[in-house]
Design a protein around this ligand. Structure first.
Ligand code: PMP
Length: 402
C-alpha cells in the first residue's frame, strides 16, 4: 500500500527523452539535433569567454557574499535586463512605467507572470501559437489558466507564417485574453512575422483589448544583434500596449543551468507599479522565495560594463553566424543531392531551429537507420550541425525522403 498507488506514469518529455536516446546510442556516427543548446564546431557546449572571465572576477571579489537576494531579485540585473529588451532610451523606462522582476530563467518568468495574471489580475484565457514551445500550455495550465487555446501560426503547405488566419484567430479571441508571442526566433518554426505583419498583430491586439505576453528566449540569436531582435517588443511599447515579457539568458549567455531570467513589465500608469510589485512578491515568495545570485551577477556585470558588453556582442555574433553557415551548408548539400522537396526554408528560417517539414515517420526512420536524432515534429537544432557531420545529415535526409 502506498499513498501514491494508481498514479500512472506520465509520458516522457520528448526533448529530454530524445536527448537521452542519443546519449545511449552506441554507433559513433550519431548526430544530436534535439535539445536547444548551442554547440561549437567541435560539437561541444560553449562557455562564453566573457562569462568565464566574469565568473573568475566574481569568485575573487571578497565584498560579495551568499546572503539572500530580495524577493524580486538583484536590483542592477533587473534594470539591465529591462534595458536590454526595451532599449536604453525606451520611453516606458524614462516615464517609470517599466520594471524588471528576476525569475528562474525564461520558464520561471513565464510561470510567475502567468500566475500573477491568473491569480491576481483575474485573466482566464490564454492563446499560444500553433505550433509552439512544448512547455507553454503546461506552464499556463499549472499557473491557473482555465481557457487554453491555440492561434494559427504556421502554414504547413507553404512553410511560412499564416498571417491571415493568425489575424482572424486573434479577432475571434475573447476580450482580455492573454496572447503569447515569441519575441524573435519562433520556436519551433524559426520563422517570425515580418515588420508589416507585426504591425497588424499589434493593431488587432490593441483594438480587441487583448493582453500581450512576449516570450523572448533567443534575443541576439536571430540576427546577431540584440536590439534588432527586440524590434517587435519595442514596436508594441511604442503603440502604447501594456505587456509582460519573459526573458531568458540561458541561450544568449550560455547560462542554461544557472536559471537567469527576468520578467519585464510595461504598464500604462506608473501608479499601478506598487500594487503589481507587492503582489508579485507574494507570488514569488510562495514559489522560490528569492532567486539565485550567481548568474544574475554575471549578466549584470557584462551588460553594464561597456568593454564586457562588447565582448558579449562578439560572442553572440560568433554563435549566430555559425548557425547561418550551417543552415546554408545543409541547404546546399540537399540541393546538390537533388533531394525531393524544396529546401530554401532552411535558410529563410532564423535562430537555433529549423522546422524541416519532415514527417513523424521520416523522423523515426532518421533515428533508427541513420542515428540522426530530432524531434517528432521535424524540428532540428541547427547548432548540432558542424562541417564534419552536415553532409552526413543531408545524405541521411535524402535517403529518408526518397
Ligand atoms: N521559451 C521558449 C520559446 C524556449 O524555447 C525556451 C527554452 N527552450 C524557454 C522559453 C525557456 O527556457 P529557460 O527556462 O531554460 O530559460
Amino acid at each position: 500500500m502506498s499513498f501514491f498507488d494508481g498514479i500512472p506514469v506520465a509520458p516522457p518529455i520528448e526533448v529530454f527523452h530524445k536527448n537521452q536516446l542519443y546519449l545511449n546510442e552506441k554507433k559513433d556516427n550519431k548526430v544530436n539535433l534535439t535539445i536547444g543548446a548551442y554547440r561549437t564546431e567541435e560539437g561541444k557546449p560553449w562557455v562564453l569567454p566573457v562569462v568565464h572571465n566574469t565568473e573568475v572576477e566574481i569568485a575573487n571579489d571578497t565584498t560579495l557574499n551568499h546572503e539572500y537576494l530580495p524577493v524580486l531579485g538583484h536590483e542592477g540585473f533587473r534594470k539591465a535586463a529591462t534595458a536590454l529588451v526595451l532599449g536604453e532610451d525606451s520611453v516606458a523606462i524614462k516615464e517609470d512605467r517599466a520594471f524588471g522582476i528576476q525569475c528562474l530563467s525564461g520558464t520561471g518568468a513565464l510561470r510567475a507572470g502567468a500566475e500573477f495574471l491568473a491569480r491576481v489580475a483575474g485573466f482566464k484565457d490564454v492563446y499560444v501559437s500553433n505550433p509552439t514551445w512544448g512547455n507553454h500550455k503546461l506552464v499556463f495550465k499549472n499557473a491557473g489558466f482555465t481557457g487554453l487555446h491555440d492561434y494559427t501560426y504556421w502554414d504547413y503547405q507553404n512553410k511560412r507564417v499564416h498571417i491571415e488566419q493568425l489575424i482572424t484567430d486573434l479577432e475571434n479571441a475573447a476580450d482580455r485574453s492573454v496572447i503569447i508571442l515569441h519575441g524573435c526566433a519562433h520556436n519551433p518554426t524559426g520563422m517570425d512575422p515580418t515588420q508589416e505583419q507585426w504591425k497588424r498583430i499589434a493593431e488587432v491586439i490593441k483594438r480587441r483589448n487583448l493582453f500581450t505576453f512576449f516570450d523572448i528566449a533567443y534575443q541576439g540569436f536571430a540576427s546577431g544583434d540584440p536590439a534588432a531582435d527586440a524590434w517587435a517588443i519595442r514596436y508594441f511599447v511604442d503603440q502604447g500596449l501594456e505587456m509582460v515579457v519573459s526573458q531568458s539568458f540561458a541561450k544568449n549567455f550560455g547560462l542554461y543551468n544557472e536559471r537567469v531570467g527576468n520578467l519585464t513589465v510595461v504598464v500604462n500608469n506608473k501608479n499601478v507599479s506598487a500594487g503589481f510589485q507587492s503582489q508579485m512578491s507574494l507570488v514569488i515568495r510562495a514559489n522560490w522565495s528569492n532567486p539565485p545570485a550567481h548568474g544574475a551577477r554575471i549578466v549584470h556585470k557584462v551588460l553594464t560594463t561597456p568593454a564586457l558588453h562588447q565582448q558579449w556582442n562578439e560572442s553572440i555574433q560568433a554563435m549566430s553566424s555559425r548557425i547561418k553557415q550551417m543552415r546554408a551548408a545543409l541547404r546546399t548539400h540537399l540541393e546538390q543531392l537533388q533531394t525531393p522537396g524544396t529546401w530554401e526554408h532552411i535558410t529563410q528560417q532564423i535562430g537555433m531551429f529549423s522546422y524541416t517539414g519532415l514527417t513523424a515517420a521520416q523522423v523515426d526512420h532518421l533515428i533508427a537507420e541513420h542515428q540522426v536524432f530530432l524531434l517528432s515534429d521535424g524540428r532540428i537544432n541547427i547548432c548540432g550541425l558542424n562541417t564534419k557531420n552536415v553532409e552526413y545529415v543531408a545524405k541521411a535526409i535524402d535517403a529518408t525522403v526518397r
